[in-house]
Design a protein around this ligand. Structure first.
Ligand code: C2E
Ligand code: CA
Ligand code: CA
Length: 388
Protein backbone atom coordinates (compact mmCIF):
# COMPACT_ATOMS: atom_id res chain seq x y z
CA UNK A 1 0.00 0.00 0.00
CA UNK A 2 1.46 3.26 -1.06
CA UNK A 3 -0.30 6.21 0.50
CA UNK A 4 0.81 9.16 2.57
CA UNK A 5 -2.42 9.15 4.56
CA UNK A 6 -1.58 6.98 7.55
CA UNK A 7 -5.15 6.79 8.76
CA UNK A 8 -6.24 5.35 5.43
CA UNK A 9 -3.39 2.85 5.49
CA UNK A 10 -4.59 1.53 8.82
CA UNK A 11 -8.17 1.25 7.57
CA UNK A 12 -7.06 -0.51 4.39
CA UNK A 13 -4.86 -2.91 6.27
CA UNK A 14 -7.86 -3.92 8.34
CA UNK A 15 -9.94 -4.39 5.21
CA UNK A 16 -7.28 -6.57 3.61
CA UNK A 17 -7.03 -8.75 6.70
CA UNK A 18 -10.82 -9.17 6.71
CA UNK A 19 -10.63 -10.19 3.06
CA UNK A 20 -8.08 -12.84 3.94
CA UNK A 21 -4.95 -11.23 2.47
CA UNK A 22 -2.17 -12.62 4.65
CA UNK A 23 0.55 -10.04 4.35
CA UNK A 24 0.28 -6.32 3.80
CA UNK A 25 3.01 -3.71 3.90
CA UNK A 26 2.42 0.03 3.96
CA UNK A 27 4.84 2.61 2.68
CA UNK A 28 4.44 6.34 2.40
CA UNK A 29 7.50 7.05 0.29
CA UNK A 30 7.21 6.19 -3.38
CA UNK A 31 10.94 6.48 -4.09
CA UNK A 32 11.72 3.98 -1.36
CA UNK A 33 9.05 1.67 -2.80
CA UNK A 34 10.54 1.79 -6.29
CA UNK A 35 14.04 1.09 -4.96
CA UNK A 36 12.69 -1.93 -3.10
CA UNK A 37 10.85 -3.26 -6.16
CA UNK A 38 13.90 -2.76 -8.37
CA UNK A 39 15.76 -5.27 -6.21
CA UNK A 40 12.98 -7.82 -6.38
CA UNK A 41 10.05 -6.99 -8.71
CA UNK A 42 8.23 -10.16 -7.66
CA UNK A 43 8.24 -9.31 -3.94
CA UNK A 44 4.63 -8.02 -4.09
CA UNK A 45 1.55 -9.34 -5.90
CA UNK A 46 -0.53 -6.20 -5.68
CA UNK A 47 0.15 -2.51 -5.22
CA UNK A 48 -2.52 -0.13 -3.97
CA UNK A 49 -1.37 3.23 -5.23
CA UNK A 50 -2.47 6.68 -4.18
CA UNK A 51 -2.02 9.08 -7.08
CA UNK A 52 -1.26 12.14 -5.01
CA UNK A 53 1.91 11.62 -3.07
CA UNK A 54 4.99 13.58 -2.16
CA UNK A 55 8.14 12.38 -3.95
CA UNK A 56 7.17 10.65 -7.17
CA UNK A 57 3.53 11.28 -7.99
CA UNK A 58 1.38 8.32 -9.00
CA UNK A 59 1.89 8.87 -12.72
CA UNK A 60 5.68 8.95 -12.44
CA UNK A 61 5.53 5.95 -10.15
CA UNK A 62 3.55 3.91 -12.70
CA UNK A 63 6.04 4.75 -15.41
CA UNK A 64 8.97 3.60 -13.25
CA UNK A 65 7.04 0.51 -12.27
CA UNK A 66 6.51 -0.38 -15.92
CA UNK A 67 10.21 0.19 -16.65
CA UNK A 68 11.25 -2.35 -14.05
CA UNK A 69 8.73 -4.84 -15.45
CA UNK A 70 6.59 -5.22 -12.32
CA UNK A 71 4.68 -8.44 -12.97
CA UNK A 72 1.94 -8.02 -10.33
CA UNK A 73 -1.28 -6.01 -10.30
CA UNK A 74 -2.01 -2.40 -9.45
CA UNK A 75 -5.12 -0.73 -8.03
CA UNK A 76 -5.28 3.06 -8.29
CA UNK A 77 -6.76 5.13 -5.49
CA UNK A 78 -7.51 8.77 -5.57
CA UNK A 79 -9.88 11.54 -4.80
CA UNK A 80 -9.49 12.92 -8.35
CA UNK A 81 -12.11 12.57 -11.08
CA UNK A 82 -13.05 9.25 -12.48
CA UNK A 83 -12.20 10.16 -16.12
CA UNK A 84 -8.58 10.85 -15.09
CA UNK A 85 -8.35 7.53 -13.28
CA UNK A 86 -9.88 5.72 -16.23
CA UNK A 87 -7.48 7.35 -18.73
CA UNK A 88 -4.56 6.54 -16.54
CA UNK A 89 -5.71 2.95 -16.26
CA UNK A 90 -5.82 2.67 -20.06
CA UNK A 91 -2.42 4.30 -20.44
CA UNK A 92 -0.82 2.10 -17.82
CA UNK A 93 -2.40 -1.10 -19.07
CA UNK A 94 -0.18 -1.17 -22.12
CA UNK A 95 2.68 -2.17 -19.85
CA UNK A 96 1.15 -3.02 -16.48
CA UNK A 97 -1.83 -4.87 -15.12
CA UNK A 98 -3.97 -2.14 -13.59
CA UNK A 99 -7.00 -4.05 -12.44
CA UNK A 100 -9.10 -1.17 -11.27
CA UNK A 101 -9.58 2.18 -9.68
CA UNK A 102 -11.06 2.96 -6.30
CA UNK A 103 -12.35 6.36 -5.41
CA UNK A 104 -11.90 7.53 -1.86
CA UNK A 105 -13.48 6.88 0.56
CA UNK A 106 -12.80 3.23 -0.15
CA UNK A 107 -15.49 0.68 0.57
CA UNK A 108 -14.70 -2.90 1.43
CA UNK A 109 -17.32 -4.17 -1.04
CA UNK A 110 -15.58 -2.39 -3.93
CA UNK A 111 -12.21 -3.73 -2.82
CA UNK A 112 -13.59 -7.25 -2.53
CA UNK A 113 -15.07 -7.03 -6.03
CA UNK A 114 -11.71 -6.00 -7.51
CA UNK A 115 -9.75 -8.66 -5.65
CA UNK A 116 -12.15 -11.40 -6.67
CA UNK A 117 -11.48 -10.59 -10.33
CA UNK A 118 -7.74 -11.21 -10.05
CA UNK A 119 -6.51 -13.89 -12.35
CA UNK A 120 -4.10 -15.84 -10.22
CA UNK A 121 -1.88 -17.13 -12.99
CA UNK A 122 1.47 -15.36 -12.83
CA UNK A 123 1.25 -12.02 -14.60
CA UNK A 124 4.31 -12.64 -16.71
CA UNK A 125 2.86 -15.63 -18.52
CA UNK A 126 -0.60 -14.05 -18.73
CA UNK A 127 0.57 -11.00 -20.58
CA UNK A 128 2.78 -12.80 -23.04
CA UNK A 129 0.99 -13.80 -26.23
CA UNK A 130 1.69 -17.32 -27.40
CA UNK A 131 4.57 -17.20 -29.86
CA UNK A 132 3.77 -17.91 -33.46
CA UNK A 133 5.81 -17.93 -36.62
CA UNK A 134 5.09 -17.52 -40.29
CA UNK A 135 5.86 -21.20 -40.74
CA UNK A 136 3.35 -22.19 -38.06
CA UNK A 137 0.66 -20.07 -39.69
CA UNK A 138 1.27 -21.57 -43.15
CA UNK A 139 1.22 -25.05 -41.61
CA UNK A 140 -2.01 -24.22 -39.80
CA UNK A 141 -3.56 -23.04 -43.04
CA UNK A 142 -2.59 -26.22 -44.83
CA UNK A 143 -4.15 -28.23 -42.05
CA UNK A 144 -7.30 -26.06 -42.13
CA UNK A 145 -6.89 -25.07 -38.51
CA UNK A 146 -8.28 -21.55 -38.98
CA UNK A 147 -11.99 -21.23 -38.54
CA UNK A 148 -14.61 -18.62 -37.76
CA UNK A 149 -16.39 -18.20 -34.45
CA UNK A 150 -19.65 -16.27 -34.67
CA UNK A 151 -20.84 -13.45 -32.46
CA UNK A 152 -24.52 -12.49 -32.76
CA UNK A 153 -25.71 -9.02 -33.68
CA UNK A 154 -29.01 -8.15 -32.02
CA UNK A 155 -31.72 -5.82 -33.32
CA UNK A 156 -32.27 -3.49 -30.36
CA UNK A 157 -35.92 -2.86 -31.21
CA UNK A 158 -37.15 -6.36 -31.97
CA UNK A 159 -34.72 -8.09 -29.61
CA UNK A 160 -33.96 -10.68 -32.31
CA UNK A 161 -30.73 -11.89 -33.82
CA UNK A 162 -30.34 -10.32 -37.25
CA UNK A 163 -26.86 -11.49 -38.12
CA UNK A 164 -23.42 -12.27 -36.83
CA UNK A 165 -19.77 -11.30 -37.13
CA UNK A 166 -17.24 -13.97 -38.08
CA UNK A 167 -14.12 -13.76 -35.89
CA UNK A 168 -11.14 -15.89 -36.81
CA UNK A 169 -9.86 -18.51 -34.38
CA UNK A 170 -6.91 -20.85 -34.73
CA UNK A 171 -7.65 -24.31 -33.40
CA UNK A 172 -4.20 -25.82 -32.82
CA UNK A 173 -3.57 -29.54 -32.90
CA UNK A 174 -2.93 -29.41 -29.15
CA UNK A 175 -6.54 -28.31 -28.71
CA UNK A 176 -5.73 -24.68 -27.87
CA UNK A 177 -7.89 -22.01 -29.41
CA UNK A 178 -5.90 -18.92 -30.31
CA UNK A 179 -7.32 -15.42 -30.79
CA UNK A 180 -6.58 -13.06 -33.68
CA UNK A 181 -4.29 -10.96 -31.47
CA UNK A 182 -1.74 -13.75 -31.74
CA UNK A 183 -1.77 -14.18 -35.52
CA UNK A 184 -3.57 -11.46 -37.51
CA UNK A 185 -0.85 -8.83 -37.50
CA UNK A 186 1.88 -11.38 -38.30
CA UNK A 187 -0.24 -12.75 -41.14
CA UNK A 188 -0.70 -9.18 -42.41
CA UNK A 189 3.03 -8.49 -42.34
CA UNK A 190 3.98 -11.75 -44.03
CA UNK A 191 1.49 -11.55 -46.87
CA UNK A 192 -0.72 -14.36 -45.57
CA UNK A 193 -3.78 -12.41 -44.51
CA UNK A 194 -5.45 -12.45 -47.91
CA UNK A 195 -5.63 -16.21 -47.90
CA UNK A 196 -6.74 -16.28 -44.28
CA UNK A 197 -9.53 -13.74 -44.86
CA UNK A 198 -10.79 -15.64 -47.88
CA UNK A 199 -10.77 -18.92 -45.98
CA UNK A 200 -12.84 -17.37 -43.16
CA UNK A 201 -15.20 -15.91 -45.77
CA UNK A 202 -15.60 -19.23 -47.54
CA UNK A 203 -16.35 -21.12 -44.31
CA UNK A 204 -18.73 -18.40 -43.14
CA UNK A 205 -20.73 -18.51 -46.37
CA UNK A 206 -20.99 -22.30 -46.12
CA UNK A 207 -22.61 -21.99 -42.66
CA UNK A 208 -24.80 -19.14 -43.79
CA UNK A 209 -26.13 -21.29 -46.64
CA UNK A 210 -26.75 -24.23 -44.32
CA UNK A 211 -28.58 -22.06 -41.79
CA UNK A 212 -30.63 -20.37 -44.46
CA UNK A 213 -31.75 -23.82 -45.60
CA UNK A 214 -32.78 -24.45 -41.99
CA UNK A 215 -34.95 -21.32 -42.04
CA UNK A 216 -32.58 -18.74 -40.54
CA UNK A 217 -31.73 -15.94 -42.92
CA UNK A 218 -28.96 -14.02 -41.20
CA UNK A 219 -26.55 -11.34 -42.37
CA UNK A 220 -22.91 -12.39 -42.13
CA UNK A 221 -20.15 -9.88 -41.43
CA UNK A 222 -16.56 -10.77 -42.27
CA UNK A 223 -13.46 -8.75 -41.34
CA UNK A 224 -11.21 -7.64 -44.09
CA UNK A 225 -7.63 -6.43 -43.61
CA UNK A 226 -6.03 -3.69 -45.66
CA UNK A 227 -3.74 -5.96 -47.73
CA UNK A 228 -6.71 -8.20 -48.51
CA UNK A 229 -8.77 -5.36 -49.86
CA UNK A 230 -5.83 -3.97 -51.79
CA UNK A 231 -5.32 -7.27 -53.60
CA UNK A 232 -6.14 -7.26 -57.31
CA UNK A 233 -9.22 -9.39 -58.05
CA UNK A 234 -10.33 -9.55 -54.43
CA UNK A 235 -13.82 -8.49 -55.50
CA UNK A 236 -13.94 -11.38 -57.99
CA UNK A 237 -12.95 -13.85 -55.30
CA UNK A 238 -15.76 -12.62 -53.02
CA UNK A 239 -18.37 -12.63 -55.76
CA UNK A 240 -17.29 -16.11 -56.85
CA UNK A 241 -17.62 -17.42 -53.29
CA UNK A 242 -21.09 -15.88 -52.99
CA UNK A 243 -22.19 -17.62 -56.17
CA UNK A 244 -20.74 -20.97 -55.11
CA UNK A 245 -22.61 -20.86 -51.84
CA UNK A 246 -25.73 -19.30 -53.34
CA UNK A 247 -25.72 -16.43 -50.86
CA UNK A 248 -27.23 -13.07 -51.83
CA UNK A 249 -24.55 -10.35 -51.96
CA UNK A 250 -26.74 -8.13 -49.76
CA UNK A 251 -26.59 -10.79 -47.01
CA UNK A 252 -22.85 -10.22 -46.72
CA UNK A 253 -21.15 -7.31 -44.97
CA UNK A 254 -17.44 -6.69 -45.19
CA UNK A 255 -16.10 -4.91 -42.11
CA UNK A 256 -13.38 -2.45 -43.02
CA UNK A 257 -11.25 -0.29 -40.75
CA UNK A 258 -9.78 2.94 -41.90
CA UNK A 259 -6.35 1.46 -42.51
CA UNK A 260 -7.80 0.03 -45.73
CA UNK A 261 -6.86 2.82 -48.06
CA UNK A 262 -3.33 3.17 -46.78
CA UNK A 263 -2.04 0.09 -48.57
CA UNK A 264 -2.80 0.09 -52.26
CA UNK A 265 -5.37 2.81 -52.53
CA UNK A 266 -6.37 2.41 -56.16
CA UNK A 267 -6.93 -1.33 -56.22
CA UNK A 268 -8.65 -1.14 -52.82
CA UNK A 269 -11.01 1.48 -54.17
CA UNK A 270 -11.63 -0.56 -57.31
CA UNK A 271 -12.53 -3.62 -55.21
CA UNK A 272 -14.76 -1.54 -52.97
CA UNK A 273 -16.68 -0.04 -55.87
CA UNK A 274 -17.14 -3.35 -57.66
CA UNK A 275 -18.35 -5.10 -54.52
CA UNK A 276 -20.76 -2.25 -53.90
CA UNK A 277 -21.99 -2.42 -57.49
CA UNK A 278 -22.91 -6.09 -57.04
CA UNK A 279 -24.71 -5.38 -53.77
CA UNK A 280 -22.19 -6.51 -51.12
CA UNK A 281 -22.55 -4.21 -48.12
CA UNK A 282 -19.68 -2.44 -46.39
CA UNK A 283 -19.38 -1.68 -42.72
CA UNK A 284 -17.10 0.91 -41.14
CA UNK A 285 -15.49 -0.90 -38.21
CA UNK A 286 -14.06 0.71 -35.05
CA UNK A 287 -15.71 4.03 -35.87
CA UNK A 288 -14.30 6.94 -33.93
CA UNK A 289 -10.89 5.49 -33.14
CA UNK A 290 -8.95 6.61 -36.20
CA UNK A 291 -7.73 9.89 -37.53
CA UNK A 292 -9.78 10.03 -40.67
CA UNK A 293 -12.98 8.07 -40.07
CA UNK A 294 -14.99 11.00 -41.36
CA UNK A 295 -13.04 11.27 -44.58
CA UNK A 296 -13.63 7.58 -45.30
CA UNK A 297 -17.30 7.96 -44.55
CA UNK A 298 -17.50 10.59 -47.24
CA UNK A 299 -15.52 8.56 -49.81
CA UNK A 300 -16.72 5.00 -49.41
CA UNK A 301 -20.28 3.76 -49.90
CA UNK A 302 -20.75 2.25 -46.43
CA UNK A 303 -24.09 0.93 -45.32
CA UNK A 304 -23.23 0.29 -41.68
CA UNK A 305 -21.26 2.07 -39.00
CA UNK A 306 -19.91 0.24 -35.95
CA UNK A 307 -19.32 2.49 -32.96
CA UNK A 308 -16.13 1.21 -31.35
CA UNK A 309 -16.46 -0.70 -28.12
CA UNK A 310 -14.28 1.77 -26.22
CA UNK A 311 -17.15 4.28 -26.39
CA UNK A 312 -19.89 1.77 -25.63
CA UNK A 313 -18.75 -0.34 -22.68
CA UNK A 314 -19.79 1.32 -19.40
CA UNK A 315 -20.95 4.49 -21.16
CA UNK A 316 -23.68 5.26 -18.63
CA UNK A 317 -22.65 8.26 -16.59
CA UNK A 318 -19.66 9.03 -18.83
CA UNK A 319 -20.48 12.31 -20.60
CA UNK A 320 -17.73 11.97 -23.23
CA UNK A 321 -18.75 8.46 -24.29
CA UNK A 322 -22.43 9.46 -24.32
CA UNK A 323 -21.72 12.44 -26.55
CA UNK A 324 -19.69 10.31 -28.97
CA UNK A 325 -22.38 7.63 -29.28
CA UNK A 326 -25.07 10.25 -29.75
CA UNK A 327 -23.01 12.06 -32.36
CA UNK A 328 -22.30 8.80 -34.22
CA UNK A 329 -25.99 7.87 -34.25
CA UNK A 330 -26.96 11.29 -35.61
CA UNK A 331 -24.31 11.15 -38.27
CA UNK A 332 -25.33 7.66 -39.30
CA UNK A 333 -29.00 8.69 -39.51
CA UNK A 334 -28.16 11.54 -41.86
CA UNK A 335 -26.12 9.20 -44.06
CA UNK A 336 -28.81 6.47 -43.89
CA UNK A 337 -26.44 3.98 -42.28
CA UNK A 338 -27.31 1.21 -39.86
CA UNK A 339 -25.63 1.87 -36.50
CA UNK A 340 -24.15 -1.01 -34.51
CA UNK A 341 -22.80 -0.56 -31.00
CA UNK A 342 -20.02 -3.03 -30.19
CA UNK A 343 -18.85 -3.89 -26.70
CA UNK A 344 -22.28 -4.12 -25.05
CA UNK A 345 -21.20 -5.83 -21.84
CA UNK A 346 -24.12 -5.21 -19.46
CA UNK A 347 -27.88 -4.75 -19.38
CA UNK A 348 -27.16 -1.09 -18.66
CA UNK A 349 -25.06 -0.73 -21.82
CA UNK A 350 -27.80 -2.43 -23.85
CA UNK A 351 -30.58 -0.18 -22.55
CA UNK A 352 -28.46 2.90 -23.07
CA UNK A 353 -27.48 2.28 -26.68
CA UNK A 354 -31.09 1.36 -27.50
CA UNK A 355 -32.28 4.61 -25.94
CA UNK A 356 -29.67 6.59 -27.86
CA UNK A 357 -31.09 5.22 -31.10
CA UNK A 358 -28.58 2.58 -32.21
CA UNK A 359 -30.06 -0.14 -34.41
CA UNK A 360 -27.99 -3.17 -33.45
CA UNK A 361 -26.02 -4.27 -30.41
CA UNK A 362 -23.14 -6.71 -30.18
CA UNK A 363 -21.15 -7.76 -27.15
CA UNK A 364 -20.50 -10.12 -24.28
CA UNK A 365 -23.82 -9.16 -22.66
CA UNK A 366 -25.59 -11.12 -25.39
CA UNK A 367 -22.89 -13.64 -26.16
CA UNK A 368 -19.18 -14.17 -26.68
CA UNK A 369 -18.18 -15.35 -30.14
CA UNK A 370 -19.49 -18.92 -30.39
CA UNK A 371 -18.15 -22.00 -32.15
CA UNK A 372 -20.20 -22.58 -35.34
CA UNK A 373 -21.81 -25.75 -34.00
CA UNK A 374 -23.37 -23.81 -31.09
CA UNK A 375 -24.51 -20.75 -32.96
CA UNK A 376 -27.85 -21.82 -34.35
CA UNK A 377 -29.09 -23.34 -31.08
CA UNK A 378 -28.08 -20.18 -29.28
CA UNK A 379 -29.88 -17.99 -31.82
CA UNK A 380 -33.02 -20.09 -31.67
CA UNK A 381 -33.07 -20.00 -27.86
CA UNK A 382 -32.40 -16.26 -27.75
CA UNK A 383 -35.17 -15.44 -30.20
CA UNK A 384 -37.61 -17.76 -28.44
CA UNK A 385 -36.86 -16.26 -25.02
CA UNK A 386 -37.46 -12.81 -26.50
CA UNK A 387 -40.93 -13.86 -27.60
CA UNK A 388 -41.97 -15.09 -24.15
P1 C2E B 1 -13.02 -6.41 -34.22
O1 C2E B 1 -13.37 -6.61 -35.64
O2 C2E B 1 -13.21 -5.04 -33.66
O3 C2E B 1 -13.85 -7.50 -33.41
C1 C2E B 1 -14.40 -7.28 -32.15
C2 C2E B 1 -13.55 -7.88 -31.07
O4 C2E B 1 -14.11 -7.56 -29.79
C3 C2E B 1 -13.49 -9.39 -31.10
O5 C2E B 1 -12.21 -9.80 -30.59
C4 C2E B 1 -14.58 -9.78 -30.12
O6 C2E B 1 -14.42 -11.08 -29.57
C5 C2E B 1 -14.40 -8.73 -29.07
N1 C2E B 1 -15.64 -8.47 -28.33
C6 C2E B 1 -16.90 -8.79 -28.65
N2 C2E B 1 -17.79 -8.36 -27.73
C7 C2E B 1 -17.06 -7.74 -26.78
C8 C2E B 1 -17.40 -7.09 -25.54
O7 C2E B 1 -18.56 -7.00 -25.13
N3 C2E B 1 -16.37 -6.58 -24.83
C9 C2E B 1 -15.07 -6.67 -25.25
N4 C2E B 1 -14.13 -6.14 -24.49
N5 C2E B 1 -14.72 -7.28 -26.41
C10 C2E B 1 -15.70 -7.80 -27.16
P2 C2E B 1 -11.36 -10.92 -31.32
O8 C2E B 1 -12.26 -12.04 -31.79
O9 C2E B 1 -10.23 -11.25 -30.41
O10 C2E B 1 -10.83 -10.19 -32.62
C11 C2E B 1 -9.93 -9.11 -32.51
C12 C2E B 1 -9.72 -8.42 -33.83
O11 C2E B 1 -9.05 -9.28 -34.76
C13 C2E B 1 -11.00 -8.03 -34.53
O12 C2E B 1 -11.48 -6.83 -33.95
C14 C2E B 1 -10.52 -7.87 -35.96
O13 C2E B 1 -9.93 -6.62 -36.15
C15 C2E B 1 -9.45 -8.93 -36.05
N6 C2E B 1 -10.01 -10.12 -36.74
C16 C2E B 1 -10.80 -11.10 -36.26
N7 C2E B 1 -11.09 -12.02 -37.21
C17 C2E B 1 -10.47 -11.59 -38.34
C18 C2E B 1 -10.41 -12.09 -39.69
O14 C2E B 1 -11.00 -13.12 -40.06
N8 C2E B 1 -9.66 -11.36 -40.57
C19 C2E B 1 -9.02 -10.23 -40.22
N9 C2E B 1 -8.33 -9.59 -41.15
N10 C2E B 1 -9.08 -9.72 -38.98
C20 C2E B 1 -9.80 -10.39 -38.05
CA1 CA C 1 -14.98 -6.28 -36.93
CA1 CA D 1 -14.62 -3.38 -34.10
Amino acid sequence: MLDDDEMLSVVLETMFRRLGVPSVSSLNDSIEAIEMLKIKPTSHDLIMLDLMMPGLDGIEFLSELADIGFPGHVILMSGVDRPILASLQRLGNRRLSIIGVLEKPIRISALRALLSGIDETPTTSRRMLPRTSTRAITDGMLKCEFMPYFQPKINLRSGRVTGFEALARWRRTNGRIMSPASFVSLAEKKGLIHELDLSILEQTLAYQRKWQDAGFRLTAAVNCSAPTLGRAKFADAVLGALRRHRVEPSDLLLELTESILIEDASSAMENILRLHLYGVRLSMDDFGTGYSSLRYLSQIPFSELKVDQCFVTAATGDPAKLAIIEHSVNLARKLALVVVCEGVESAEDATLVGALGADLGQGYYYSKPLPPEDFLNWTHAFNTLGEL
